[in-house]
Design a protein around this ligand. Structure first.
Ligand SMILES: [Zn+2]
Length: 189
């Protein structure tokens, strides 16, 4: 099991879709998942900022990923599982994915954020950091040129928000990746 983690806008979805393409190019059959946080479109879609996109299975908080993948794999052999937005996995779902690796012998590649806008680990990321075989950081940079490892949530006026729910869907909030120093400055620390 691999955990590719980063701040926002480090090209996680692009990297996922490139991996999917590489598997398909070799005649293999990848299976893509993404979080069902925003199911307005009815189907899952992983899309990257440079224009690539692919359909995806959706995982809900209640989805048993081991059962789901075992069923799909029995119907049609799968060579790789790719999970976007993996920070939204529950602890149980990360465990289920380790079972996919250990019992079904299918590699699982997870892509997501390490921390939220408060600098706290997401549940999925916490357990991926603990249990993944390999941790790979996808780097992005702050406006100052240093490595960005923090995420700021800003309101519609561009002001940093220092409290609120971990996940905000459909508002006017924006997320910006910054270095730790500029994160502290933005929050007035
Ligand atoms: Zn900076």
């Amino acid at each position: 099991m691999y955990f590719y983690y980063s701040a926002m806008n480090a090209g996680k979805s692009t990297t996922l879709l490139q991996s999917s393409f590489n598997y398909q190019e070799r005649g293999m059959n990848p299976l893509i998942y993404t979080a069902a946080l925003d199911d307005r479109y009815g189907v899952g879609l992983v899309s990257s900022r440079i224009g690539l996109q692919s359909e995806a299975q959706l995982f809900q908080p209640t989805t048993n990923l081991f059962d789901d993948i075992a069923t799909l794999n029995a119907a049609e052999k799968r060579h790789c599982i790719l999970v976007d937005e993996c920070q939204f996995l529950s602890k149980e779902q990360v465990y289920q994915l380790t079972e996919v690796v250990d019992k079904l012998n299918i590699p699982v590649l997870c892509y997501g954020l390490r921390t939220d806008f408060l600098g706290e680990l997401f549940e999925g990321s916490r357990h991926l950091l603990a249990w993944a075989d390999k941790l790979i950081e996808l780097k992005t940079i702050c406006h100052c040129g240093r490595k960005a490892n923090m995420v700021i949530r800003t309101d519609e006026h561009g002001n940093a928000i220092a409290e609120g729910d971990q996940v905000a869907i459909g508002g006017n909030d924006r997320y910006v990746s910054v270095c730790r120093q500029h994160y502290k400055e933005a929050l007035g620390k």
